[in-house]
Design a protein around this ligand. Structure first.
Ligand code: GAR
Length: 197
């Protein structure tokens, strides 16, 4: 399966996907990595692996993902032959026309047990709410913010002495196992659908 990755940050989840591919537990290839942040480490990691990269030009908007930029992103992903788009720490809301270009073919990893704590810094939200456990969720992306159908989720305990950093680090250990597993599951479903056609 040909993957395209969108990320805004360090890219440790993309690294986990690459590691699973290297280990033979995920039958996939990353064809293209795009970021809205030209300085994001995810781009450097991809370049080091010889993966094609690109910067999404959001026209100077800090959080908005303008329609034109979404169309350009869709065109680039299509040109690279991408079959499944994986958001890996991508911090802008994906909407149409990008969603239309990849119906039920865009997935996201979120650091909380959705529907709890959607949006930014979910681990900080969980700490502030005083919950006993939080976790991580992989889900299909729809028009909402972290609202699409859930593929898999798993819990992580919140410890009494947790800081935002320690809690996020514990969630990330789980993310790095869960995201490749979820992609493999989606891949299997896609293959089944193809066979049934
Ligand atoms: C991950 O924890 C991911 O779940 C989160 O950003 C981090 C990216 O880390 N995503 C969101 O909060 C999206 N709402 P990474 O760049 O090292 O993969």
């Amino acid at each position: 399966m040909v993957l395209g990755i969108l990320g805004s940050g360090s890219g440790s989840n993309m690294q986990a996907i690459l590691d699973a591919i290297d280990a033979g537990t995920l039958d996939a290839r990353i064809a293209l990595v795009l970021s809205d942040n030209p300085d994001a480490f995810i781009l450097e990691r991809a370049r080091q692996r010889g993966i094609e990269t690109g910067v999404i030009d959001c026209g100077g908007f800090k959080t908005k993902f303008p329609e034109q930029a979404q169309a350009a992103t869709a065109a680039r992903l299509k040109a690279a032959g991408v079959e499944l788009v994986c958001l890996a720490g991508f911090l802008r809301l994906v909407k149409c026309p990008l969603l239309d270009a990849f119906p039920r073919r865009i997935i996201n990893i979120h650091p909380a047990l959705l529907p709890a704590f959607p949006g930014l810094e979910a681990w900080t939200q969980a700490l502030a709410a005083g919950v006993a456990e939080t976790g991580c969720t992989v889900h299909f992306v729809d028009e909402g913010m972290d609202t699409g159908p859930i593929i898999v989720q798993e819990a992580v305990p919140v410890l009494a002495d947790d800081t935002p950093a320690t809690l996020h680090a514990r969630i990330q250990v789980l993310e790095h196992r869960l995201y490749p597993e979820a992609i493999a599951r989606v891949n299997a479903e896609m293959l089944k659908t193809e066979t049934l056609k």
